[in-house]
Design a protein around this ligand. Structure first.
Ligand code: GLN
Length: 476
């Protein structure tokens, strides 16, 4: 049976046995899973591992199993965004990040559960039912990349990929006690990522250590001409793995410790900042006054983009098609009525409303103006400090069913993650303690394209603390 291992642990195992045996042991663990983290298993995983063994692959991920969020296109392997409307859809091509992973020798294990079309914070809106948090199976794993975080936390995959539109990598990383990075917008190609809100989202890695995050970024980062927002800029992320924060200037935005924050979350984050001080960094409070408007602006922009991006799912080309109506219109509307879940429908309706004539200026345009103000808060803060630190989520993982009937309370949980996507800056969540037995995430935000400073800060914290080593079931 496979267990919690980082990439170097997996490589040692491969050297002692074979990629095929390691993949087989992960597949066995997944078979026995009780958390509903995977929605599809790649039937060619063992074959791929065997080919790695036979060819003596020397890539940085040779034989390393990877779990992939169900909105990232995988050739020959079903990709449904955990939606009924895409049931049966098998992409004819690989996303850019999948091409890169395969070239590096990675073995794709399968697709992980998510909120339908990445719209959510709990993985409860999935057509396949919720993923359970391995720390407490009555609780949500966070979302929308809940499956990707939970399978890593449960030892069902050493590393995974998620996507982050407004927190979907960082939230489940925090709730499941793993590390997750949202890269700067443009650093990882979105080619093959099924769009929810394309001006906000990035694919991001999830793992048990910061080192593995850097290794994955070295593989998946980089220019791709097929994504018009891809940036041509070279960076070696693993260069950042140095235990040294002497002189690092930390800003602590007071607006991220607002109403409704859990006391133990607050304490864990301040303890972490205290630790940084001990390690030679300095900190000061900073103000980011437009933070309070970020959530409203985010949801208007995200829903508007979603209403346009999801127009393509009409039964003509992909997945589900309702019984033929008398014409295309009835077929398309029946398909959409049957295929989309309640949350997706809500967002398409609200997004269409926000973009419609007469309301466009009042809602969408105004939200874009607020987005600029939020971005300027970051620009201003970064003239004075190197990184910002705050709780990733204001509370630990909540109970399954607790918020699902109250969409507004779910949206409010994203208060500390969405500003980062509006601004396009990079941000990482690392484990920093516990609240009521559930993991707490420290969020470290950086300047655009300065992933290496937040990786160095996160790595140094990890080297000097033990939070990331505690496994589900081990917390006191
Ligand atoms: N919870 C946020 C939303 O529902 C973010 C989701 C995401 O990052 N994909 O939009």
């Amino acid at each position: 049976m496979a267990s919690w291992k980082d990439i170097s642990g997996v490589k040692q195992q491969i050297a002692a046995s074979s990629a095929e045996e390691v993949t087989a042991s992960y597949l066995e663990t997944i078979e026995e899973s009780r958390i509903n983290g995977f929605v599809a298993i790649w039937d060619k995983a063992l074959k791929a591992a065997r080919e790695i063994d036979a060819g003596g692959h020397k890539g940085p991920l040779a034989g390393v199993p990877v779990a992939i969020k169900d909105n990232i296109s995988t050739k020959g392997l079903s990709t449904t965004c955990s939606s009924k409307i895409l049931q049966g859809y098998v992409p004819p091509y690989d996303a850019h990040v999948i091409e890169k992973l395969k070239a590096a020798g990675a073995v794709i294990l399968g697709k992980t559960n998510m909120d339908e079309f990445a719209m959510g914070t709990s993985t409860e809106s999935s057509h396949y039912g919720p993923t359970l948090n391995p720390w407490d199976t009555e609780r949500v794993p966070g979302g929308s990349s809940g499956g990707s975080a939970a399978v890593v936390a449960a030892g069902e995959a050493p590393v995974s990929l998620g996507s982050d539109t407004g927190g979907s990598v960082r939230c489940p990383a925090a709730f499941c006690g793993v590390v997750g990075l949202k890269p700067t917008y443009g650093v990882v190609s979105r080619f093959g990522l099924i769009s929810y809100a394309n001006s906000l989202e990035q694919i991001g890695p999830m793992a048990t250590t910061v080192t593995d995050i850097a290794t994955l970024m070295d593989v998946i980062g980089g220019y791709d001409s097929r994504d018009s927002t891809s940036i041509n800029r070279k960076n070696t992320y693993s260069d950042a793995l140095k235990d040294d924060v002497k002189g690092l200037k930390i800003g602590v935005p007071e607006e991220y410790f607002g109403e409704g924050i859990d006391k133990n979350v607050e304490k864990a984050v301040w303890d972490a900042i205290g630790k940084y001080e001990e390690m030679g960094a300095s900190w000061k409070k900073v103000s980011m006054p437009h933070t309070r408007y970020a959530l409203a602006s985010y949801y208007i922009i995200a829903m508007s983009e979603a209403s346009s991006n999801l127009a393509r799912f009409d039964g003509t080309r992909y997945g589900l098609r309702a019984e033929e109506g008398e014409n295309w219109h009835t077929m398309a509307s029946k398909t959409r009525a049957e295929g989309f879940g309640a949350e997706v429908k809500r967002r398409i309706l609200l997004g269409t409303y926000a973009l419609s004539a007469g309301y466009h200026d009042k809602y969408y345009l105004k939200a874009l103006k607020v987005r600029t103000l939020v971005k300027q808060d970051f620009d201003r803060a970064f003239t004075d400090v190197d990184v910002l630190m705050a709780p990733t989520m204001p509370t630990p993982a909540f109970k399954i069913g607790e918020k699902i009937d109250d969409p507004l309370s779910l949206y409010l949980a994203d208060v500390n993650t969405v500003p980062i996507n509006l601004a396009g800056v990079p941000s990482i969540s690392v484990p920093c303690g516990f609240s009521g037995g559930m993991p707490v995430g420290l969020q470290i935000m950086g300047k655009p394209f300065d992933e290496n400073t937040i990786l160095r800060a996160a790595y140094s914290f990890e080297q000097n603390t033990g939070h990331h080593k505690v496994r589900p079931g081990e917390v006191a």
